[in-house]
Ligand binder design. Structure first.
Ligand SMILES: NC(=O)c1ccc[n+]([C@@H]2O[C@H](COP(=O)([O-])OP(=O)(O)OC[C@H]3O[C@@H](n4cnc5c(N)ncnc54)[C@H](O)[C@@H]3O)[C@@H](O)[C@H]2O)c1
Length: 253
């Protein structure tokens, strides 16, 4: 068999310090890529814990601060990454927030804050990397949506709208860029064993698990596996797709 080593790429992961983001950084680095974890300016202790958790990767993951909700911050970030590390080949949009409440109580602020991060953030980052990817004829974009964008969730009109929007955005961009060697795909996690779900009461958690056919919450590793697969050079025939990673919680065709 003629096996060649995969080309090392420069990968940017927004929300890179988060529960899923950190593991996505790890797996991309283990796949041989130079990874830039992008997140809001963080306190020294958080950065130290992040770097310590990835210490075995020998500096393959760096951190750069940016606010994805701000277009200029993303433009600055991409310029900095290109100067320090090289052109961005892989972009994973993982930065996300929740502002849960029923629509009857939702303030315009809660709606807009969420949209600015979860949906504008995807535009702001993609808009700043797509030109370079097009010129170079290669790019991998993976956007993190959610099962709740596919099914809707009580108290999450804002989150569900943004997460459904992320996939619509991705399908359109996939069409615009397919001839240029760029793929754009979505990964939709189900309920994962991260801080968000850990915060719910034991009986709600037990009920969530009872509804998952695989019988457990997803791990950050389960999600990172899907992202890393779609980010690979040889995943070039998959574009505009949504890859659900939810333990069978929501099945569709
Ligand atoms: N954890 C789950 O069960 C789950 C399920 C479905 C979808 N998701 C999605 O996966 C992604 C990652 O989730 P997670 O569980 O790791 O969440 P997390 O809260 O642990 O991480 C999100 C990260 O995004 C960063 N962030 C927030 N606003 C930002 C901004 N304006 N600019 C830059 N960074 C910003 C946060 O600082 C944080 O580090 C999110 O988009 C989330 O909606 C998560």
């Amino acid at each position: 068999m003629n096996q060649t080593a995969p080309t090392p790429r420069v990968a940017v992961v927004t929300g890179g310090l988060g529960g899923l983001g950190t593991e996505i950084c790890r797996q991309l680095a283990e796949a041989g890529h130079q990874v830039i974890a992008v997140d809001l300016p963080a306190r020294e202790e958080r950065l130290q814990a992040f770097h310590e958790s990835l210490a075995d990767l020998n500096g393959a993951v760096k951190y750069e601060p940016a606010d994805v909700s701000q277009f200029d911050s993303c433009a600055d970030l991409v310029a900095r990454v290109e100067q320090r590390h090289g052109s961005v080949d892989i972009l994973v949009n993982g930065a996300g927030i929740t502002r849960d409440t029923s629509l009857r109580k939702m303030t315009p602020q809660q709606w807009h804050d969420l949209m600015r991060v979860n949906l504008d953030g995807v535009f702001n980052m993609c808009r700043n990397v797509v030109e370079g990817m097009t010129t170079r004829g290669f790019g991998r974009i993976v956007n993190l949506s959610s099962v709740n964008g596919q099914t809707g969730q009580f108290g999450q009109t804002n989150y569900s709208a943004a997460k459904a929007g992320v996939h619509g955005f991705g399908m359109a961009l996939a069409r615009e860029t397919a001839r240029k060697g760029i793929t754009v795909n979505t990964v939709s996690p189900g309920y994962c064993d991260t801080a968000l779900v850990a915060a719910v009461s034991a009986d709600v958690r037990a009920q969530i698990i009872a509804d998952i056919p695989v019988g457990r919450l997803g791990s950050a590793g389960d999600i990172a596996r899907a992202v890393t697969f779609l980010a690979a050079d040889d995943a070039g025939y998959i574009t505009g797709a949504n890859l659900p990673v939810n333990g069978g919680y929501f099945m569709s065709f």
